[in-house]
Design a binder for this molecule. Structure first.
Ligand code: ADP
Length: 719
């Protein structure tokens, strides 16, 4: 082996076997980095270009070259060398870092080939080397970026799947595998076609989209695509498919997001929406039905109203029709009792009067009960002093109890409200009924009327009333029945005590109108205690309207005698009322209709006018209005009292509105007529002599049998 000789330019002249060829000139001209290493002499030759690359100025030894090699690459270089030289690998090809003497590190690629002698032993190595720093660094950068990208894809929570246009899977990440129901991406890659993960009925749509993507290359989205997982469960994914190149072939890259939860929420919302819609429909249908029911109810209410009105009209007519002839009978009987009669005649008239009174009471009770039952009774709302009113009523009853030898007491608790707004007339009716029963069924002992408040609120109070007697009492078995119509405790009661058996039925219904109830506590022979309560509205003094006192003195000396104009078309009534008034010493002028009354009132001065309401030519209300107009011109005002058979609730208000001062109901009760006249003129007036008239004058006890028979007949007729 020849030693390298320095050339003329100071560079090593290459004396390398491989280049001692016809190509030597070409090799030298190419200015390649060439090396040659002789194994036996360990001499190394490097071409000028090679030395320049390594940053060497002069020729070098193998040791100085090895020193240039980066310590991390020494081992690689050595093993590649021995592998090639001793194990005779195809070629010596290795990458190594070189630290040049100026400190710069470069990557070089060494390619070489060993030489062998005739015995097949390696004698040297010749090759080239080049600076590949740029390539190695860019490879490293690329690898790093690929690595980063891979990690990104692998760690993504979104599923990433790449398949070709035949849906053969090419790549997928872990998230995608899990989304599709598999443990690892390899399991999915083992499938033939990923389209088979989609239920058959949806595949067509997805395949069509893939076709569009293949030709159009615009990304395509699909929402809530169903996936059938290997375990049979279903999930939904949203997918964004993009056309990509994968290993040089067109493919589809799909980004998948699990939308099962959203889909379920959507489905649930949809389900709720549908349910709401159907409920709304049901509600609509119900509302329609309700509307129809309301219309029907309104129609029914109108029919019921009409029926009620008809009943009310019927009652008004009935009371008018019955009371008018009764007025004749009772009035005439009273007039007759005021005349000279022998003993027998007086007894006969007494029976007529007594029976008439019973009949009238019965008729009044039946009418009253009918009114209460048909809801025609409306409680009035008048302001009055409750304690004062009850005291006045008690004083009216005291003489009657005392006359029977009974002790009577009124006991009012101090906490009772004073002024209340309620219906004194109906309250009086209940109390009078209870007191009247107590009087009737008590022969010895006492009767007590008690009042107390059980609850008091700022605007109202619950006021309790009790009427307690020491009378005959009622057996417990009978007690409930007493409040039914036409019921008495004992069948012999009517015979012994009279009565209709309607009083308690009416009273209980009235107390319920007052917001309370009527109850009884009693035992046979142990007296009875009837108790009821009302809800009373509390009023203040600003609301007060005076309630006329009940008790009147009769026949006093200073009583006035009046000039009275009586307007009444019914001849019998006219005669009865006329006779009643004249028998007491009053002067009576009669006319038959309202027009005549207006005329007479203008021409003559009267102390008072008694005006029938229903009259031919002109009714009493119209006549009153005209008279009040007349009076407005001449400045004086004559009291007018209405006579009416329409003693229904609310009538009084219309009479007062027309300008009337008061009214008396037909049939005219003598005492009530004089009470009304006194109220209207505001002072005492002459009354008939009490000794010769009134129910007390007739010997009632003697006539009990006859009265009883009449009553029985009436009850039979009613039944
Ligand atoms: P009337 O008293 O007109 O018969 P009521 O309805 O007022 O009708 O009374 C019904 C019945 O109740 C009476 O007939 C009587 O048998 C019984 N009753 C009412 N109050 C008392 C009382 N205080 N003591 C005993 N029995 C009574």
């Amino acid at each position: 082996m020849s030693k390298p000789k320095p050339n003329k330019s100071g560079n090593d002249e290459l004396e390398i076997e491989a280049v001692k060829s016809p190509h030597k000139a070409a090799v030298l001209a190419a200015d390649l980095a060439i090396f040659d290493f002789d194994l036996s002499s360990r001499a190394v030759q490097v071409s000028d270009a090679g030395r320049k690359l390594l940053g060497l100025k002069s020729s070098c030894t193998i040791n100085s070259l090895i020193k240039l090699v980066h310590e991390d690459d020494l081992e690689v270089l050595r093993s590649a060398f021995f592998d090639h030289v001793e194990k005779r690998t195809e070629a010596f090809n290795v990458l190594s870092r070189i630290r040049r003497p100026d400190g710069e590190v470069i990557w070089i690629e060494i390619r070489g080939k060993a030489r062998h002698n005739g015995a097949g032993e390696a004698t040297g190595l010749t090759g080239t080397f080049g600076d590949v720093t740029e390539r190695v660094l860019s490879d490293a950068r690329r690898r790093e970026s690929e690595d980063r990208f891979y990690k990104l894809v692998e760690n993504s929570i979104q599923g990433i799947l790449v398949h070709d246009f035949q849906f053969r899977p090419l790549f997928l990440n872990q998230a995608c595998a899990r989304m599709l129901g598999y443990d690892a991406p390899e399991d999915v890659l083992a499938l033939d076609r990923t389209i088979e993960l989609i239920p058959p009925d949806v595949r067509g749509e997805i395949q069509a989209k893939a076709k569009v993507l293949e030709s159009n290359a615009e990304p395509i989205t699909s929402e809530a695509v169903p996936i059938t997982r290997p375990d049979g469960s279903a999930c939904f994914v949203d997918a964004l498919a993009t056309k990509v190149q994968w290993d040089g072939v067109p493919a589809v890259q799909v980004v998948l997001v699990n939308s099962t939860a959203r889909k379920q929420a959507d489905d649930e919302r949809e389900h709720h929406r549908k349910m709401l819609e159907s409920q709304a429909k049901t509600l609509k249908a119900l509302t329609r039905k309700l509307d129809q029911a309301l219309i029907k109810a309104e129609e029914n209410a109108a029919i019921a109203d009409a029926a009620n009105r008809a009943k009310s009209d019927f009652l008004a007519t009935m009371s008018h029709e019955i009371r008018t002839p009764m007025n004749g009978i009772l009035g005439m009987a009273e007039v007759l009792l005021n005349t000279d009669l022998n003993e027998e005649q007086r007894r006969f008239v007494g029976v007529i009067k007594n029976s008439g009174d019973i009949l009238l009471e019965l008729i009044n009770d039946i009418l009253d009960l009918s009114k209460v039952e048909s809801g025609l009774v409306e409680l009035e709302r008048k302001v009055f002093s409750l304690p004062q009113q009850v005291t006045e009523w008690s004083e009216l009853w005291r003489p009657r109890f005392e006359a029977k030898g009974l002790e009577f007491s009124l006991d009012m608790a101090p906490d009772l409200p004073n002024l209340v707004r309620s219906d004194p007339t109906r309250l009086r009716q209940i109390i009078f009924n209870l007191l009247s029963n107590a009087l009737k069924f008590t022969n010895t002992g006492s009767v007590k009327l008690k009042l107390w408040a059980s609850e008091t609120f700022p605007d109202s109070a619950i006021v309790n009333f009790a009427v307690q007697d020491t009378g005959i009492g009622i057996a417990p078995a009978q007690q409930d029945k007493l409040f039914e119509k036409f019921t008495q405790a004992d069948p012999s009661t009517t015979r012994r005590y009279g009565g209709t058996g309607l009083g308690l039925a009416i009273s209980r219904r009235l107390t319920r109108l007052f917001g309370g109830d009527l109850t009884v506590q009693s035992d046979l022979g142990a007296g009875a205690r009837f108790e009821f309560s009302i809800v009373a509205e509390i009023a203040d003094s600003g609301d007060q309207t005076p309630v006329p006192a009940e008790d009147r003195q009769t026949g006093a000396d200073d009583a006035r005698r009046l000039r009275i104009l009586l307007a009444e078309d019914n001849k019998i009534n006219c005669e009865v009322i006329g006779a009643t008034l004249t028998s007491a010493g009053h002067e009576v002028f009669s006319v038959q209709n309202g027009a005549e009354a207006v005329n007479e009132a203008r021409q003559q001065g009267f102390d008072i006018l008694l005006m029938d309401v229903q009259m031919p030519v002109m009714d009493g209300v119209t006549a009153t209005k005209l008279i009040r107009q007349q009076e407005a011109e001449n400045g004086r005002r004559c009291p007018i009292v209405a006579i009416t058979a329409n003693a229904m609730s609310g009538d009084r208000d219309s009479f007062v509105a027309a300008g009337m001062d008061d009214y008396v109901a037909k049939p005219i009760h003598q005492e009530l007529l004089f009470d009304a006249l006194e109220r209207a003129v505001g002072g005492k007036i002459a009354r008939p002599d009490p000794a010769s008239s009134g129910p007390e004058a007739a010997n009632a006890s003697d006539d009990d049998a006859e009265s009883g028979k009449i009553l029985e007949k009436i009850l039979e007729d009613i039944a």
